[in-house]
Design a binder for this molecule. Structure first.
Ligand code: IMP
Ligand code: MG
Length: 186
């Protein structure tokens, strides 16, 4: 699949590269200030958050480590069911650690709500959430998100880590997936 063909599925660029860079720099400043006297452990949710996390981490000026979790939610391609399974657990014991969960997007909130309960049970010193994107209109369950990159409308987006059936993660911007592609994929 060529880049041009990939982009054929994108109806509209929602957040361009420059806006992403600018906002991630701001988030990095904010987090660095908040964690000035604490070592932070970033926990990335595979796979979508990897791109955001790599850029965010390079904006942090505090000592930090990273670890990853992979979880899967069952359900249709563009809908979360809230049934969550851990595919890969953390390598690091988070007891007594200052944990910052890094997510690509919060939609219904069901995935993150499960994850937060799971991580809280392991006794971290603190636990906060940083999400690049959030769709407030879609929220079914409230999750306490400390840092948000962008609030976006209720559209299915791809790029900068976000996928549709594992495709489009490599786009350098966040774009709205075209209805044609969604229809064909479901
Ligand atoms: P939630 O459990 O409904 O909050 O779903 C969260 C997960 O669904 C995210 O981590 C994404 O993997 C996926 N997701 C939700 N909305 C989108 C979207 O617009 N594009 C791509 N993936 C999405
Ligand atoms: Mg995800």
């Amino acid at each position: 699949m060529s880049q041009a063909e990939l982009e054929r599925g994108v109806a509209e660029v929602l957040i361009d590269e420059e806006s992403l860079r600018g906002r991630i720099t701001e988030l990095g400043d904010e987090i660095s200030t908040d964690y000035a006297d604490r070592d932070v452990l970033l926990i990335g949710v595979l796979k979508g958050a990897v791109f955001f996390m790599a850029d965010l981490m390079r904006e942090l000026r505090v000592p930090c480590e990273i670890d990853f979790m992979a979880i899967s939610s069952y359900g249709a391609a563009t809908d979360s069911s809230g049934v969550v399974r851990i595919l890969k657990d953390l390598d690091i014991n988070i007891e007594g650690r200052h944990v910052l969960v890094v997510e690509d997007i919060i939609d219904s909130g069901l995935t993150l709500s499960y994850l937060v309960r799971n991580l809280e049970a392991r006794g971290p010193a603190s636990l906060e959430i940083c999400a690049l994107l959030t769709k407030p209109d879609r929220r079914e369950i409230q999750v306490p998100v400390r840092y948000v990159g962008f609030e976006i409308p209720n559209r299915f987006v791809v790029g900068y880590g976000l996928d549709f059936a594992e495709r489009y993660r490599n786009l350098p911007y966040v774009g709205v997936l075209s209805e044609e592609v969604i229809q064909a994929g479901e």
